[in-house]
Ligand binder design. Sequence first.
Ligand code: AMP
Ligand code: MG
Length: 417
Amino acid sequence: MALRPEESVICGQGKRQLSLTEALAIIRRELQPCADRQRLSLTAALGRVLAKPVHATLDVPGHDNSAMDGYAVRHADLQTGQPLRVIGSAFAGRMFSGTVAPGQCVRIMTGAVVPDGADTVVMQEQVRREGDLVWVDGQHVPGSYIRRRGEDLRAGDLVLPAGHRLGPADLGLLASLGIAEVDVRRPLRVAILSTGDELRLPGETLAPGQIYDSNRYTLHGMLQRYGAEVLDFGVVPDQPERLHQALRQASAAADVVITSGGVSVGEADYITGLLAEHGSIGFWRLHTRPGRPLAFGRMGSAVFFGLPGNPVSVMVTFYQIVMPALECLEGKTPTPRLQLRARLERPIVKRDPRLEFQRGVMTVSSDGTITVRPTGNQSSGVLRSMSEANCFIVLPEGAYELQPQDWVNIEPLVGFN
Ligand code: AMP
Ligand code: MG
């Protein structure tokens, strides 16, 4: 990673902390798509990112066709008040091959090709039929109930750009074009490991002062939801040699390495030093809360994120920093975070000047206004706040007090908590 001098190795306290915007700009500048391409059948491609744009090779629909069960008529005939003679039927997949002449009509089903000569479809509910004759009631707009050739997609249209993540609608859209296979990027391989002498695995017994490792589980879940392939390197104690060995192995195996803990300035925090010595540091201090200590850089050919140890910080920094980075590595068009305006239900006293992501619960009140309340204790160790939350309350930089009814910006969490 070629880094500009002002951004490289900003170790030591008191150095400038990057804003989230600056950090994301560095990430976008430094990270290019790295995942290889593969060709997959449509059903296997859900959630993958397109490696190439897809253009339409056909018009969809391919013919003018009926949007209703009814009768295909000539609109001019409807003005005469005379009954129309039914000369045949058109079904979806079985077209009527004749031509509708003045005074005639064709019984037509939804999806059937509109026969030559007809220019309008009348719903069967607006028709009285006796034998071969039909009387059409009411007023009809010329061309009504006809779905036009190419109204969904036209041959030559750009249907989906490279970098688009395929959702269920996209799979259907590609199928509607007759496309059976697509070129996508393979999932990113992301190695995760937790650092800390105090950490034990769920299922083990805790000695005094020990805690269970929860960060690998939240990371695993978020990465799985994101669509990455997770390589789990377990828990590594706070020993520089052991950590170095684990980082070497992880960075040889993965596109991205994510650690948690040991990234601050405590005496057992070795991550930043190891990254400076054996890799390169892009930045490691952010002006955000949580997430101030956060190391971004490279270790071998892998992109490296040293996330803070506190469980909430892990989730917030993953969401705000790591996810956009993963998108860059997949060549995905960055999705701007959806922000909504909401009215606060409770006061917030903001003392820390950093950009802050509080955990909130948003509700839509009966008049349609979105209201939000913080989830109690906002300590970055209180993981319950993430589990209860359905949004972040985004509090811009500065120290201030907010009152009930004040407007704030929120970011819905859309399945990542
Ligand atoms: P550190 O950044 O290593 O000083 O960790 C900050 C706080 O997060 C400490 O209270 C750690 O015990 C806690 N912590 C670190 N890693 C984990 C983890 N994997 N699971 C739960 N808590 C952790
Ligand atoms: Mg630690």
